[in-house]
Ligand binder design. Sequence first.
Ligand code: CU
Length: 492
Amino acid sequence: MKGNRAGADDAPENRCERSVKENKMKSNIFHKTIVAAALGVAFIAPVHAAPNPHQHQQASAVKYRPDVTFTLRTDIADGKLVFIGETGAIKGKVNPQLNVAEGAVVQINLVNGDGAIHDISVKDFDAKSDQVTAKGASTTIVFRANKKGEFTYICTLPGHVAAGMIGKIVVGDVQKAQAPKAAEVSQNPLNVGQAVGKRGPQKLTVNLETTEVVGQLMDGSTYKYWTFNNKVPGPFLRVRVGDTVTVNMANAKDSKMIHSVDFHAVTGPGGGAAVTQAAPGTEKSFTFKAINPGLYVYHCATPMVAQHISNGMYGMILVEPEGGLPMVDREFYVMQGELYTAQRHGTAGENEFSLEKLLDEKPEHMTFNGTHDALTKTHRMEAKVGETVRIFFGVGGPNATSSFHVIGEVFDRVYNLGDLTSPPLQNVQTTSVPPGGATMVEFKVEVPGRYILVDHALSRLEKGLAGILHVTGPENPEIFHSATKADPNSGH
Ligand SMILES: [Cu+2]
């Protein structure tokens, strides 16, 4: 038996709590500043640098992710200069009307399509971009549409409005895009199974069904997911080291593909994949003994494996060490994945798989627990001030390494690479998790607020990768206070 639980016994509160806390205070203070600066820059930078009395207020009124994004490309059409819609409902339209809800945070990307100098400005919301000069160069404005009415977006270069670079923004009651209603495939992060506690080894059975199901990807768009048990990620399986586990894997009758399962916790051919290649309507089975404690990924391993994984066929199995894991107050199950769609991010309707983008490793969507809204709207992750939170975090991928981070928190303990038997790392800001890898992180929440789970490769936030941990309870001014009231619209 490998597991001596050196790490697990080293319980959170037994160990130099005072110095940990002091360190944490320091780190948190600096951390907050840095994060605020980083996010501030991200949103403020595109806005014109000229002195503007409203700018500060304007910038601080936005949040970590816009409610709506438009992309416009400059072009010359019929001898006129114009903006052309790039994606979604405005695609191909000249100077498209942009409809946004009152109060929405709006992002407009401008791509230079003709090689002349341009910019974009929405004067009524104090938003003005830098100039873009080269063909293919881009700029962005972000603002909160905080009043109803009809406004204009323009290029402010002399003569360009007269030449045709003007369009309308209508702020008001927006009719929701006809949202195609599809299955909810996102996995609830609260589904973490039953802790093994002090029990001895047992014989267990795990039933998996592989399915192909059209699921809601984001508001107004769907994707045909491939899943284990109709959720992405698949079920969180929780066993004890020494358990003998029989896996029954049925491939649904209405599947079109062969599917299988490879458990990284299994010692044997293909982690089980060698004996579970199941045609639609058939069932396969194998039995393994869990001999290595740890947190492990499982996934489909049928060609093209990357496609099966990307489409949603991944999950995790926790092999608890003898005696179980230390007690914590909250546990969450979170997995990161990528979707490669022919349609650009944000395109309404059904999004289809793109082989080309998969092979180029250029995902259009990146998600925690399968969909854009899984951990921001669909499911709610909560903790109370003073509680200890544990996140089982894995990367299905198939390709991107995650730089897992929780904005406004420091991981008190990181069970690096899902190793539960070595002493954990301590006081870690961001931890690297490879595709097909996992980590277990723990931290005590001291200050109420909204803490955002991200991959710190933050371009991915724009592709849907975000989750929120809501922490409620009394303020804790000793650890964090400010004369400025936290902006409830900041997203934090
Ligand atoms: Cu599969």
